[in-house]
Design a protein around this ligand. Structure first.
Ligand SMILES: [Zn+2]
Length: 330
């Protein structure tokens, strides 16, 4: 199997769509969807995805290196592994998306979109992930969806937990801490993200990981992500991670989605506002006909501010800080 990313970028399947090494079997399931199965028995099924947004290249490079090392037997494989490059046409174009944002379409929301490539892709990814997890019902199910943020951030590496009605997986929470994430955000409502889909519909322990700022291929400073890279390699190979050596992770939960419901919508933050900027109580954040939002808590922090989203989508989310023990876990 030649280089996974090169094959995906070429836009045609590899000459052979399955094969084996001394450690594993591999199977090309669809464009940018590769399943790796160890010869020996294992107890975890892991989905690692990147490139759901095509211009977020650092995680694509990290996953591609991981696949190369597994296929070259430089790293043993200890879990069933599904590696996904989410939106190949957008990756080729170096764009976030071509017609619409795939990471708002999961959980069947793709049916509300015109039948374009990206809606079809979301449907295919749901199928492939569903089949992958269903094939080994006994194993621990994990899904990490890797992204980079559009803007700068007070926390360079952070995770987003999808909303759940049941507790979060303690194994996952421990791994997130060992990967030296700076912050972890807990959603408090369902969403159309890939991680929410695998959590709600496949009962996986899932997290969206945001790793720094989006840059073109070749310009990423991958050293910034050495702890995440080590974490992914340990996850795939059954290795141990050293204890966290950076400051304690900071925990947030979502208190408000700033929905753009009118063409005349104002988000009162500067264009260069970075993620996790803090605002005091009473600050006017948004205005649109018949609605405005002012900060309700003593302080709230903004995440993903973007007034240019389509109508009906969120133009930002507001957070409050919380203690680690406020995250229900089992
Ligand atoms: Zn993204």
């Amino acid at each position: 199997m030649p280089d996974f990313l090169s094959i995906t970028l070429a836009g045609a399947p590899p000459p052979l769509t399955s094969g084996a090494t001394s450690n594993l079997k591999w199977q090309w399931l669809d464009e940018g969807v590769l399943m790796l199965t160890p010869h020996r028995a294992c107890s975890q099924s892991v989905v690692l995805s990147a490139g759901i947004h095509g211009n977020e290249t650092a995680p694509i490079e990290i996953l591609n290196q991981l696949v190369s090392d597994l296929l070259a037997s430089q790293l043993p494989l200890a879990v069933r592994l599904l590696v996904i490059l989410g939106n190949p046409p957008a990756i080729r174009a170096g764009e976030r998306y071509l017609t619409a944002d795939i990471n708002r379409m999961f959980g069947g929301r793709h049916k509300n979109h015109l039948p374009a490539d990206e809606a079809r892709r979301a449907e295919i990814l749901e199928q492939k992930v569903g089949e992958f997890f269903a094939a080994d019902p006994q194993s621990l199910r994990l899904h990490y969806d890797l992204h980079t943020a559009i803007r700068g951030s007070h926390h360079n590496r952070f995770g987003l937990l999808p909303y759940r009605t049941s507790p979060y997986c303690a194994t996952m929470l421990r791994w997130l801490k060992e990967c030296e994430l700076d912050a972890l955000v807990m959603h408090t409502a369902a969403g159309g993200t890939f991680a929410h889909f695998s959590s709600e519909f496949c009962q996986a322990a899932s997290c969206t990981l945001e790793l720094g700022k989006a840059l073109p291929f070749g310009q990423n400073q991958l050293e910034q992500f050495s702890a995440i890279t080590a974490g992914l390699r340990a996850l795939a190979s059954g290795g141990q991670l050293p204890a966290r050596s950076t400051e304690a992770m900071i925990y947030y939960r979502v208190v408000k989605s700033l929905l753009k419901q009118h063409a005349d919508f104002k988000l009162w933050v500067a264009d260069d506002t970075v993620n996790f900027t803090r605002y005091p109580q009473g600050t006017l954040m948004t205005e649109q006909p018949n609605e405005h939002y002012r900060v309700e808590h003593e302080y709230e922090w903004i995440l993903f501010p973007n007034p240019r989203v389509a109508l009906g989508l969120r133009a930002g989310i507001m957070l409050v800080q919380m203690d680690e023990n406020e995250i229900p876990q089992v």
